[in-house]
Design a binder for this molecule. Sequence first.
Ligand code: PGA
Length: 251
Amino acid sequence: MSNRSYYIAGNWKMHKTRAESAELAQALVSQLKDGKHKYLVAPSFTSLETVSAIVEGTNVRLGAQDCAAEEQGAHTGEVSVLQLKDLGVQTIILGHSERRHTYKEDDALINKKVKLALKHGFEVILCIGELLEEREAGKAEEVCETQTVKGLEGVSAADLSNLVIAYEPVWAIGTGKTATPEDADAIHAFVRKVIGKLYGADAADKIIIQYGGSVKPENAAQLMAKENIDGALVGGASLKTDTFVPIAKFS
Ligand code: PGA
């Protein structure tokens, strides 16, 4: 995997109260302190302040699962980058398939959020990935290319160094079905080529591309062994130390 380092992130989605979040964050901080890779946890908005105090100054970064497309204003129910920065958030996950498909976020909205988050100095994890019917119709590459190109419209080469891509085939998320390491690596290699066309070979070589979709302790090492897979975005298995720590410490 070239000189890229591995990046393992946990997306807690809409799970856990503050007390439950604190318990998991404390356990992760202590069990990952000798971990060799880059780590992140993304709790719900309501737990960010609690988890922020626990992970501050450790090797576990704090992530948010989304942000508003505007800095502030009349946007009932939304959370802004300014508010996230105030809580110590370092990274924002954008374009998650649940945002795209359940909440109908399109590439233009996601692109607006990506640019706003980068402008405010956040690291961004941009999620891309095809639906099952798109894969079956032979359109996986086309969908991933479109989501990458449109998601990054207007993003400078300098800002790209703060951007991570997560390839998450929608049919593999929360289903227990994982893409084979070979199929995942093929899309990762393709997306790296897309980045090369947009930003040049050096940027393509450096960009971290995580895989997401039913990553478990049993399949993490095989996925990570692939040339173009640089880490994981983990949902279900990130909710317990028993399953997240072995993924985070895969060898
Ligand atoms: P999963 O979710 O690991 O539960 O499949 C991955 C994700 O949505 O990021």
